[in-house]
Structure formats: structure tokens, C-alpha cells
Write a protein that binds this ligand. Sequence first.
Ligand code: FAD
Length: 615
Amino acid sequence: MSPTGGRRHSRTATEGAAAQESAPARDATDGSASNGSASNGSASNGSASNGSSSNGSTSNSDKRAGDKRAGDKPSTDQPADKRAVHATRRDLLLGAVTASAAAAGAVYLTRSLPKTMLPAHSSSATSRIDFARPAATVRRPTHADWAALRKHLSTRDLIRPGDRSYARARQLFEPRFDSIAPAGIAYCHSPADVGTCLSFVRKFRLPVRVRSGGHSYAGWSTVSGGLVVDVSAMNSVSFGNNTVTVGAGLDLIHFYAALAASGVAVPGGSGPTVGIAGSALGGGIGPLSRLYGTTSDNLTAIELVLADGSALTCNAAHNSNLLWACRGGGGGNFGVATSLTFQTRPLTGLCVYSLTWPWSQAAAVVRAWQSWAPYAADAMWSTLRLSAGFGGAPALSVSGTYAGTPDGLARHLDRLYHRAGSAPATAAARQESYLDAMLAEAGCSAVPLAACHTGPGGQLPRVPSFAKSDFFSAPLSRRGVRKLLSGVERIHGIDGAAGGVGSVALAALGGAVNRVPAEATAFVHRDALFLAEYSTAWTSPGDRDLVTYQHDWLGSYYASMHSHGNGEAYQNYVDPDLRDWQQAYYGANYPWLKLVKATVDPANVFHFPQSIQAG
Ligand SMILES: Cc1cc2nc3c(=O)[nH]c(=O)nc-3n(C[C@H](O)[C@H](O)[C@H](O)COP(=O)(O)OP(=O)(O)OC[C@H]3O[C@@H](n4cnc5c(N)ncnc54)[C@H](O)[C@@H]3O)c2cc1C
């Protein structure tokens, strides 16, 4: 069992899979690995149906439990070649999405899109319904209505306030959102179940949120008074020809376990209980991203249930614009993903390393790291972390993975030491199987796979936190490095809640992530050297005043660093305080995302504070 944040995940057959035998991987010192981005149009057939395991599947039967910114503003004063890019995407969007939807007989095409308007200039003729405020003619669902919904779910698994398991069922990963009280949590096992839920919320104009792993930083996979469509029971895994198709509710560590058992990999994040759907829809950055791109870059097909209940397959041949939007356009915007297909790469082992330096060397190490990590061989994944316990002393570490031999890793790290002017005070490096490496990255080195979760029987805590992010396209100046360090040094003089920690983690980018043009997928962040995540965490429950001090520290630290970044923020680290989030998350791709939204969800059924607006 792998319940995450109180939700029921079924155990996959992969849980029992033995760790892959550690085999020396190819030394990718020359960084010759190709990007292999699915933006090349190498989509698999999109017929992967959710929940139906095929050959090699590990399904679960117990389901209960250049200036690449060619896409910048579509204005007419741009060079002809850039206008061509816009025209291509516009034609694609106005033509293909509309045509394919019409061909499917979909009823969601409630208006024809203005053919002469570019998205930036278009105005929405769509009448939007405010689902938060039911119209006077719409009655509230009665007990009998809810009972009927339960009856129509194949799982019969609908949890309501008053039910014994409600307190757990409504939890997300983040304890700060434990008081949010949905009117129902529906555990869906199939696209048909999802369609049933959407029909219910349309009928009663209830707010609806989709939940996979439940790790939304802002708690936007739940909603008070509404229906949570939980897809965690959809966690099947089936392998195709260099592809893997997974149910949208699979968590990352079980995804990696299934991949490892087949000797293949997909790049992605390290949070073990993060859901594959929420993660891939917003990008997915982690070990192997510099080698093979974001998780979304490797997404070749997705099955979605749209607001009107229709199920669509999106791949390079069908509904390709929706696939484009789902590759970084953020979770919860366009429909409910029920299954996702990814390109796989052969991989058996990874080297894992961890280094520390004394704080006195911090400035030199940061300067060295930022001129090394984003330019290292693609096989090198690296995170530099500065952190301090509130009231405590700051510390620095550099850790990551290397898809190559231990000798190759040692050669690369020597270059970092040389630049830093010193060897680390502590250094640990070892070769691991792919699964063990991902368990190490997940903080589950000493924990069996079956216990690498936060639910009953799990050994991971649910950690309350706040976080913000910046992408950096230029190295920090000396002044910038000083600010980076002094923000963490300041923590020493601040009272924090029990277990209070403040940190910044710089994740190296470049490599395959930056070889994909910004407009090729909805994930626009293609010229950053690194991504910074500023965060502060504490032990739950935290003293309110002391948590406020931590929150204030985070805000002032972010404010001091933000001007050094490129203005972009990571849509998977949703930040409710971000003002111009449209630009920060999606940049020049936002107008196109609005157009897709207008086509597939004109009535704005899927909405939350930072959801894409139809337009
Ligand atoms: C502890 C932790 C570690 C993390 N580590 C990493 C990391 O290493 N790399 C990285 O890139 N990110 C990381 N993240 C961020 C993570 O990728 C995002 O928070 C992601 O959106 C979480 O997805 P989820 O399915 O777990 O969350 P959820 O809260 O379930 O969903 C997140 C969003 O996606 C929507 N959504 C969920 N399921 C579906 C679906 N089936 N169809 C449509 N929309 C859906 C939700 O409505 C919500 O808006 C981490 C987050 C946490 C809390």
C-alpha cells in the first residue's frame, strides 16, 4: 500500500520488485546523449487505455485502497520568420483542435474562434459560469443525489463529510490545507467514473478539483464545498515499444520502480509521493532532466476527460494542440488526465553523490557551481543547497546523480573542486541501481519502497512549508552571490517554529531542457542556467507566530533575489502570491494556452486562482 497524504493508493506489483542489479552505466562524459524530446513528433499511438494492463504491465487490481523566444508577443512588427511561427501555431490551434473536436462530435465547441485574431488580441465571447456561486435555479445536491453519484462510480468510493475516513480522504500532502472541506471526494477508476463526476458537478454547478498525488503547493487539488476527483486508483503501468503508459494517479517512486524493473527510465522529479499527472502536466524536473528533458518533454500521448465528459486521446496525430498544452501548461486546466504515455530510455544504474563544504567556502563554491553545473555533461544532475535551521548556522551541500561511471563522475567533480579552489569537507559517491538512486533522491535510502510514503505504514512525514521559485538565465554576480548567502545567514537571528528550516536549492538546468524551443511545448523555460526554489518548512503543527516569522523571511529573501532572475517561475511550484503568474509560468505561450482553454473548456469548469483563462 502506498497511501499518500491520506489518500488511497493501490499497491502495484512493482512494490515488490527487487532493486535492479547495479550495472556500470555508459560514461556520458562527452554529453553526447540526444534530447529525444517528443516535440519531434515521435508520438506513440494514443490508444493506451487507462487501467487496462497489457503485456509487461504492473497493474493493480485492488483499486480502492537561439532567441528561442520566437513565440514572444504575436505582434505584426516582428520579422517575417517569427511571424511564421505564430501563424503556424495559430493555424494549428484554430484549425486542428477545432477540427478534431468537431470530428469527434464533441459538444464543447460552443463558439467558433475568430479566424482573423491572434490570441493576444482576441476577446472571449464565451459566457463563463461562476461555479463557486450556483445560479438561483440550480439546487444543491441532496443526500440522495450524492448517493446516486456513489452508486454510479465503479469504485462506489465516494467519501463525504461525516464518513469515518473523511478526515484522511480530504488531506493533501501539505498539512496546512487539512481544514479545507470538500463536499465529496470521489475515487475514480476509469474515464467513465471521471465523466460521471463531471456530469454531477455540471448539473449542480459545484466547484471541482482534480487530484493525483495531492502535492499542489497552494492546495489547488482540493476545494471547500466542491467535489475532488481523485485519480490515485488509476495506477496501472504497461510497456509498449520504447514507451510506458501509466494511470494518472501513479506516484513517482512507484513509476520509477516499474521503470527500473524493466531496465528503462523517464526523467522526472524526486518527490516520491508526487503524482505523475500533476508533475508531468507542469513540467517535471529532476535527475535525468539535463540528459533527457523534463517529464513533459517525454510525454507522447495523454488521455483526457474534458469538462463535457467526453474522453479524448491526444498525441501527435490527434488533438496535438491539447498534447502541446498538456506538456507544461499546468495541471487542472484543460481536463482530467486519466493516462499518460511516455518515451522510455534504457537505463540500469546511476551514480549518486553528496558533497559538503564549510560555510567559509560558500561564496567560492556557489560561484564555481554556477559556472560548472549548467555546462557539465548532460549526464550530470546537480543541486546546490544552502540551508539553516532557524536560530542555527548555515550549511552548504552539492548533491545529485550522474548517468555514467564512477570514474567519469570523479573527473567531473574534480573540475568543480578545481573551480571552487578547494575539495569538499565531506564527499560520498556510489553507484546504485536506477531505483536505489531514485530512492536516495527521494530521501528513502534507508526506507523500503513499500514504506516510502506518508500514509499508514509509511515512514515519510507530511511536511508543512512555503515555497517560491525563480529561474536564472545568467550567473549571479558577486553581489548576487553575497545576497544569496546573506539571506540564509540571516536565519540565525530569527526565531522559527519547531523544526523550522529555511533554504534555497539551485537545480542545474541546461542540457536537454534547453535544447527544446520555448514554443515547442507549453513548458516555456528553456534558457535558464538553474532553477531556484526558496522554501521554509517546519514540524507540524507549527506555532502560528513563529511560522509567520518564517514566512516573512521567505518573502524578504525572495524579494532580495528576484531581480537577479529572469522573471520566470516554475508552474509546478505554484505560488499564490505571484502577481504576474501568467507571464512567469507561461511567458509567450500563455496566449496559446488561453486559446486551447477556450476550445476545450469554454465554460471554465476547471478553474482555480491561477488557472488559464479562456480567451
Ligand atoms: C515534497 C515535494 C517534492 C517535489 N519534488 C519535485 C521535483 O523533484 N521536481 C519537480 O519538478 N517538482 C517537484 N514537486 C512539485 C510537483 O511536481 C508539483 O507540486 C505537482 O503539481 C504535484 O503533482 P501531484 O499530482 O502530486 O499534485 P496534485 O495536488 O494532485 O495536483 C497538482 C495540480 O495538478 C492537477 N492535477 C492533478 N491530477 C490531475 C489529472 N489527473 N488531470 C489534470 N490535472 C491534474 C491538480 O488539480 C492541481 O492543480 C514537488 C512537490 C512536493 C510537495
